[in-house]
Design a protein around this ligand. Structure first.
Ligand SMILES: [Zn+2]
Length: 288
């Protein structure tokens, strides 16, 4: 097992002290998966890995089942929090970014076996009539999307081309969020209400405000990003926090994340982004 500061802080400090982020008991964990694969990510630090081995994914779904969790969609999660529903404590949302084909072959059968649903975020340029390659891996086809939809899987937008939206013109951002939404709606015949922000979510309040407006104008009702935490009444429903999961999440760490003991990581994550922003602006100043 790799040494990870976030695991150490979670299991040795936050959990024993009972420290949790916003919401306390009244928050919904939203799990963020990418790829369910045996692929070895040994060269990538544990925190940044996006691959979950099939047997670990199966074990994680078993933990959810055993703990009595029920999977819901993002729209339902928003409703439950708004109404302070008593069902919040057993609710979980499972999300998959990037539309990889291993969702169809490896994740969907396990979800089905456990009676769970999930939301898959599609970068529509990579979803075709035959498998397209994104980040070196096969993506879902529209036929597979249709089949999964019949099994109760929901789909949201992950833009068209999966670009880094931060720094792009809002004209281009509008195209990315609108065209992907239209394409998914045409192919599935269902309204696309959810959006997942690609790459790290920037610490820039004016960008967030403009993006929020753009998403609402395009007709999105909710969305998720890479900010760490659980979904609470303090969250912005367009940029909801998630809990990243990968093969590094053994049962104790996984359970602690669900219970809120990982929420503290949001603070160092934010501080790191602010330092990076500052260094980037300094570098730009020196270049000009
Ligand atoms: Zn992505």
């Amino acid at each position: 097992m790799d040494f990870r500061l976030d695991r150490l802080g979670t299991l040795c400090i936050a959990k024993p002290l009972g420290w949790r982020g916003p919401g306390g008991n009244c928050a919904i964990p939203i799990l963020m998966y990418h790829s369910i694969t045996e692929e070895d990510q040994a060269g990538v630090r544990g925190y940044y890995r996006t691959a979950t081995a099939p047997h670990i994914f199966t074990a994680q779904m078993g933990i959810l089942k055993e703990a009595g969790y029920v999977t819901i969609g993002l729209g339902e999660a928003v409703r439950r929090l708004k109404e302070s529903s008593p069902d919040i404590s057993c609710s979980v949302v499972i999300t998959f970014d990037d539309g990889f084909r291993d969702f169809y072959t490896k994740a969907a059968p396990v979800l089905h076996e456990h009676g769970f649903s999930a939301t898959v975020f599609l970068p529509t340029a990579y979803i075709g009539d035959s498998p397209c390659i994104f980040k070196g891996k096969d993506c879902l086809t529209w036929d597979e999307v249709g089949e999964l939809q019949k099994q109760g899987i929901s789909f949201g937008s992950h833009t068209v081309n999966h670009p880094k939206l931060y720094g792009m013109s809002f004209e281009k951002i509008t195209q990315e969020v609108m065209v992907s939404k239209d394409t998914i709606e045409q192919k599935t015949g269902c309204a696309t209400e959810s959006f997942a922000y690609p790459y790290a979510f920037p610490e820039d309040s004016s960008f967030r405000k403009k993006l929020r407006h753009t998403l609402l104008l395009a007709g999105y009702k909710n969305g998720v990003c890479t900010t760490i935490g659980r979904f609470s009444a303090k969250s912005d429903p367009l940029f909801i926090e998630r809990l990243p999961v990968n093969s590094n999440d053994e049962s104790q760490f996984f359970r602690s994340k669900l219970q809120g003991s990982y929420d503290w990581v949001a603070r160092p994550q934010r501080a790191l982004k602010l330092v990076r922003n500052w260094m980037e602006s300094k570098r730009r100043g020196e270049d000009s």
